[in-house]
Design a protein around this ligand. Structure first.
Ligand SMILES: Nc1ncnc2c1ncn2[C@@H]1O[C@H](COP(=O)(O)OP(=O)(O)OP(=O)(O)O)[C@@H](O)[C@H]1O
Length: 266
């Protein structure tokens, strides 16, 4: 059962769970996020963009793994900047990186428990929180299997379990459906919709159909800037008949991105 924390019943003093203004973030020496504006509240937000658009770099910055190089960023009303105290924010964040590390000899349960401990979940709540997270990703039968014995899709599900174990107010999932079989992807979309009722979810994906099925809105980025925002329905409606793609949403993606690129070179 979920524990009610002080933060849950405190009055919310911020408008957006994630708010960025003119945000810049470096990946190595490269300015991968380049003056980006973003205002995200409760809901499931799909983050789309071509390879190299800056999605992972943005996710890493929002997860407080790397600091902004410039601009403004607020998470749950707290400003994130050089030297800011991030411990309180991190307690309310969940993050599934594209590639995540783990001890191969840990069982799934130990791995998720470890993250719950890192997130400062009270000790007496950890077993219940872990069991719930593992069940939500459909991995209960493998809860006591070693991480090194899992298939790629199961590993991804364990990664999702660790990201949600603390019932985060902001959940960042970088390509969560990679490796999931079709049945699991459908279950995962249901999970996203459930989580998005109370939390702010940002889901980066190349699978435009996942966005159409599970997201309340879409943020498209290109070369580190916001190229388009709207609902999945608006994205589908934007598609030109001649655009490449097998579905209205895929054609919408190609059309919107193509238009933005044309404008950017003018
Ligand atoms: N360590 C690094 N050093 C230099 N450039 C980097 C580094 N990491 C990423 N980049 C560059 O930053 C840009 C954004 O990369 P990022 O991984 O954020 O994109 P992405 O949208 O997540 O791409 P993909 O869809 O391929 O995962 C790319 O041009 C990439 O080459």
């Amino acid at each position: 059962m979920r524990t009610v924390r002080a933060a849950d019943i405190a009055p919310q003093t911020y408008r957006w769970s994630i708010e960025a203004r003119n945000l810049t973030v470096k990946a190595g020496r490269h300015q991968a996020v380049n003056g980006l504006d973003l205002s995200l509240g409760i809901g499931v937000h799909g983050l789309l963009g071509a390879n190299g658009a800056g999605k992972t770099t943005l996710m890493r910055c929002l997860a407080t793994v790397i600091q902004p190089a410039g601009g403004e960023l607020s998470l749950l009303g707290a400003e994130v900047s050089r030297g800011s105290r991030l411990r309180g924010i991190r307690r309310d964040l969940g993050y599934l990186p594209q590639a995540f590390g783990y001890y191969p000899r840990f069982t799934v349960r130990e791995f998720v428990e470890y993250v719950a401990w890192l997130k400062e979940t009270p000790a007496q709540d950890i077993p219940g929180a872990v069991q719930r997270a593992v069940e939500r990703v459909g991995l209960e039968a493998k809860a006591d299997a070693k991480m090194k014995s899992l298939s790629g899709g199961m590993l991804r599900r364990a990664g999702i379990a660790q990201a949600i174990v603390n019932d985060p107010a902001v959940l960042l999932l970088d390509e969560p459906t990679v490796g999931l079989d079709p049945e699991q992807r459908l279950d995962f979309r249901d999970l996203l919709r459930t989580l998005g009722v109370e939390s702010c979810l940002l889901v980066s994906t190349h699978l435009v159909e996942d966005v159409a099925a599970a997201c309340t809105d879409v943020v498209m980025i290109h070369e580190g800037r916001t190229a388009w925002t709207g609902t999945p329905e608006e994205l589908a409606a934007a598609g030109a008949d001649s655009a490449p793609g097998d579905s209205p949403t895929e054609r919408g993606y190609a059309t919107v991105l193509g238009r933005y690129r044309e404008q950017a070179v003018r």
